[in-house]
Design a protein around this ligand. Structure first.
Ligand SMILES: C[S@@+](CC[C@H](N)C(=O)[O-])C[C@H]1O[C@@H](n2cnc3c(N)ncnc32)[C@H](O)[C@@H]1O
Length: 281
């Protein structure tokens, strides 16, 4: 439970890449560390997400203050569009002072955008990637003009949230849910911290249309000489990045197991949004 939540705001200066010009300071709270370095190392896929050299190759690397490539990436991948579509569920949320938990928040671009919503009082970002949380996060807040005073950062795993039972209104996951090797364990932890009328929003989850599945069957047949129609054999988990692949019916079934009602919205680019509600259980 959060006993010693550090609510003191610190001012953090950010250097402006090569030209060494000082950017405006971003007001951020200190990161709360839920786990030790040893525990962090033992978490599934953590070595990949804590590999700074690997991260520097990605469009998410904005430590140099080059926001253009990241903004382009958000646009091209249609993640920004997915986020925008998901906003209506937060804007119509009945509570006035919403507490959102952004799980596996990455560099914090969703955290930044969520913090700007008028009804949102707090956004709590949970991550296992140290440099994303410690360094890239501040740049995201700057890039998207987030409200640093509403943001809390936690270094820890989404399976073990140090929040009180029934204390959170919304759990947000962008390209995150499919990184859980134990999705039901994750949902059960979300359920524990969610209030009775809480919702879980997933964006950036993959949609497997008939065309994609058919293409995969053909490529397996002609390249590997194997005829496979088993979905999980066609799309096995990525052991390094920790990606897992689910069909729509799997999402419905997992949420159904928890007693949640589910809505789905197609975004395009084979990506979907799922919104699951605890109400009515
Ligand atoms: C594809 S990235 C998505 C990041 C961000 N939400 C976004 O949309 O850009 C997946 C993230 O999941 C994080 N992650 C993986 N396993 C985790 C765990 N057990 N607990 C918390 N974060 C985790 C990784 O560090 C990584 O930042």
């Amino acid at each position: 439970m959060i006993k010693s939540l550090d609510r003191k705001i610190i001012l953090t200066g950010i250097s402006h890449g090569k030209c060494k010009k000082k950017r405006e300071a971003v007001r951020m709270r200190k990161i709360e560390k839920w786990i030790s370095d040893e525990e962090l190392e033992s978490i599934y896929s953590s070595s990949y997400w804590n590999n700074v050299e690997e991260e520097k190759k990605k469009g998410w690397w904005i430590a140099d203050g080059n926001f253009k490539k990241c903004l382009e990436l958000l646009k091209q991948s249609r993640l920004l569009e997915a986020y925008k579509k998901s906003e209506k569920f937060l804007l119509s949320f009945p509570a006035k002072s919403i507490i959102v938990v952004d799980l596996a928040a990455g560099i914090g671009w969703t955290t930044a955008l969520l913090s700007k919503l008028p009804g949102v009082m707090e956004v709590r970002a949970v991550e296992i990637s140290k440099h994303r949380l410690e360094s890239l996060f501040e740049h995201s807040i700057k890039m998207l003009s987030g409200e640093g005073n509403k943001i809390f950062r936690y270094l820890g795993s989404f399976y073990d949230l140090k929040f009180e039972n029934n204390s959170v209104d919304v759990i947000y996951m962008s390209q995150a849910f499919h990184h859980a090797a134990q999705p039901l364990k994750l949902l059960s932890e979300c359920d524990r911290v969610l209030k009775a009328n809480g919702i879980i929003i997933l964006i950036g989850e993959q949609y497997f249309g008939i065309k994609t599945i058919f293409k995969k069957i053909l490529s397996n047949l002609f390249r590997k000489g194997k005829l496979t129609i088993n979905f999980y054999k066609m799309f096995p988990p990525d052991p390094i990045l920790g990606d897992h692949y689910y069909r729509c019916r799997d999402y419905y079934s997992m949420f159904g197991t928890m007693g949640y009602s589910v809505k789905r919205e197609y975004v395009g680019n084979e990506k979907v949004i799922y919104v699951a509600g605890k109400t009515g259980r």
